[in-house]
Design a binder for this molecule. Sequence first.
Ligand SMILES: Cc1cc2nc3c(=O)[nH]c(=O)nc-3n(C[C@H](O)[C@H](O)[C@H](O)COP(=O)(O)OP(=O)(O)OC[C@H]3O[C@@H](n4cnc5c(N)ncnc54)[C@H](O)[C@@H]3O)c2cc1C
Length: 214
Amino acid sequence: MAPHVAVIGAGIIGLSTAVLAQEKIPGLQVTIISEHFSPHTTGDGSAGLWMPYCLKDTPQNKILRWSSKTYDHILKLWKSNEAGDVGISLIPVYKLTEKSGGEDMEQPEWTKVPLAHHIINSHQAQKLASLSDSKFTGGTHCISFTLEPTYFLPYLMQKFKVNGGKVLHQKVESLQQFCGQNYDVVINCTGVQAHNLVGDKSVQPVRGQVLRVS
Ligand SMILES: Cc1cc2nc3c(=O)[nH]c(=O)nc-3n(C[C@H](O)[C@H](O)[C@H](O)COP(=O)(O)OP(=O)(O)OC[C@H]3O[C@@H](n4cnc5c(N)ncnc54)[C@H](O)[C@@H]3O)c2cc1C
């Protein structure tokens, strides 16, 4: 009999994990168990922008590996016929500063990943500043993508179901409840809720603001 996997959580991580498991191991039985679904997950309120930030002391090699895999995956989707359904847009991203020495902004390893990444010199910064009455001294510019989660999450769910995945709408109170059940592997994709489910107090919300301006 094919192995049976339970994925707890239907956010971007749960859905991506579930679909990837189906694609990697044909015939695998996968069940998503989740309290909430799109449009009520964290990702539904996010911008879906590719750009590593708030990295603290994450090792550079991990940031490079994870960010390049993600970028390459998005690039492949963007070039496919599904780009519209998935909600992908290629966008220029400007990161500007008003601090002195803005032309010398740090260039971490991940800046090698996008299709383009450039330093914005003080002359260009002044031009950009004149558009918004700011005092930018410099910054960086890169080519990135937004993968609009309100499109991407339903797309992944649809793919999961077409691949034969099952969905259970329920809250998991404890991982102990899986003991004696018919699952070979249980994957915890509860995001920030892992704080409660497995008592991992190091998992905390960091930041999140999205503003759409004219
Ligand atoms: C305003 C804002 C803007 C952001 N912008 C960006 C951005 O531009 N780019 C970017 O990369 N990231 C961004 N982020 C971060 C990104 O949205 C999150 O990192 C991501 O959505 C987390 O996904 P997740 O699947 O891990 O968690 P979640 O989306 O929180 O999903 C967790 C899932 O687990 C389920 N669950 C939890 N506990 C249980 C339980 N006990 N039993 C059953 N089910 C359970 C939930 O119901 C949910 O379905 C932003 C975040 C915010 C808040």
